[in-house]
Design a protein around this ligand. Structure first.
Ligand SMILES: [Mn+2]
Length: 388
């Protein structure tokens, strides 16, 4: 999940449209001293096997961030196939945290993914941990103290990649990639492992989700992976995952969001108070971004002991990451890439008054971005209702 990582700060500029995004331009790819990534990984895992005792030798644990999205799940499935079919190891994929979003639940159920509960997993039964679509230092990522993390596959920027220092023997972080699933496609391709229906479908859904069908952040590898995994995937299942049944609470949140949201010039802001499902915050952000005249959306809602924030920008407007940094103004944690960003503010007292004061601060910060950029809409502090 991009929406939970911390990252180095970029200096705010006056106009959000002109802000450089931290993922602009820079391409950081682990090179492994000229060795192909898949061969480097093979060597790291083989060395781990050699150094470990017979009971755990050759058994690896694959983990990702909490509340995994399709790219995280797709990459887990790709890595599972690589370890089992490419390297002849055993592995378990374990997830942490409930999956809420309808598309993600549909992916799990339709493809019948074999996932273990992290909390019910005996980590001492493995000789090493591999992490996908996140990094050990990111929030909302749980890694055991032992065994150690041997490999990281990710496309999110991180403080670690900036200084080049890492204790992970195989760290493949490519911020020029649209999806971690594309990276795992490359490993499987280079290892000569044939994609089965389930893995191809899972990888495809991951690439589709993170690149919006190659419309954003898509590199040539993402394009190749998208096409090849679609060819080999189960098309009726892929279609079913894309149009999942929606819960009644989804429609309740649509109604609530429509009455709560306000338009301030190019911004729609929908701060929903308490929500029944944290994924509805991101869903409402996507929903409002489609409105004509809307260039960016800030949606938020309180779930359990956190206030969850989602920010979206349209393609012409600019990157989401520097905007969420300014909307949060040093509260909580945040992350993002391209036109998507998310944040989370921990709440010690999740009562109505605490939620209200967080929402007032977020609104004030978002309006300050608009007035700094000279956009119309800042002079009407209450904004415009969407049903007017
Ligand atoms: Mn991803």
């Amino acid at each position: 999940m991009t929406e939970t990582s911390n990252g180095p700060m970029t200096a705010p500029a006056d106009r959000p449209k002109d802000l450089p995004s931290p993922d602009d331009g820079a391409v950081e790819t682990a090179r492994f001293q000229g060795t192909a990534p898949v061969e480097h990984l093979r060597g790291v895992l083989a060395a781990c096997c050699e150094a470990s005792v017979p009971g755990v030798r050759g058994r690896f644990l694959i983990l990702t961030h909490m509340g995994p999205d399709p790219d995280a799940l797709g990459a887990c499935e790709g890595l599972r196939l690589l370890l089992e079919q490419g390297f002849g190891h055993e592995c378990v994929v374990a997830t942490h945290g409930k999956v809420h979003r309808a598309e993600n639940v549909a992916l799990l159920e339709t493809l019948e993914l074999d996932l273990a509960e992290y909390d019910a997993t005996d980590v001492s039964a493995f000789c090493g941990v591999l992490l996908v679509d996140t990094q050990p230092s990111f929030r909302h990522t749980v890694v055991p103290a032992a065994p150690s993390v041997l490999a990281v596959f990710d496309h999110h920027r991180s403080p670690q990649t900036d200084d080049g220092a890492s204790e992970v023997p195989h760290e493949d972080v490519r911020i020029d990639l649209g999806a971690t699933s594309s990276m795992l496609f490359e490993y499987l391709r280079d290892a000569g492992v044939a994609l089965d229906l389930r893995t191809a479908s899972a990888l495809f859904c991951g690439i589709r989700y993170d690149t919006a069908d190659l419309s954003r952040n898509a590199s040539p590898l993402d394009e190749e992976a998208y096409i090849e995994t679609f060819k080999r995937g189960d098309r009726s299942k892929i279609a079913a995952i894309d149009n999942p049944p929606l819960s009644r609470s989804y429609y309740r949140h649509v109604a609530q969001a429509l009455t709560t949201a306000r338009q301030h010039g190019p911004l729609i802001i929908a701060l929903l108070g308490r929500v029944e499902n944290p994924e509805h915050v991101a869903e409402m952000a996507d929903f409002f971004l489609r409105m004509k005249g809307c260039s960016w959306v800030v949606a938020g809602g309180a779930f359990e002991d956190s206030y969850v924030l989602s920010l979206r920008t349209d393609y012409a407007f600019g990157k989401a990451y520097p905007l969420i940094e300014r909307v949060l103004a040093d509260e909580g944690s945040f992350g993002g890439h391209g036109h998507i960003a998310g944040g989370r503010i921990p709440m010690e007292d999740p009562g109505q008054s605490a939620i209200g004061s967080i929402e007032r601060r977020l609104l004030k910060n978002a309006l300050a971005v608009i007035s700094a950029s000279g956009e119309e809409g800042a002079e009407a502090p209450d904004g415009r209702r969407l049903d007017e």
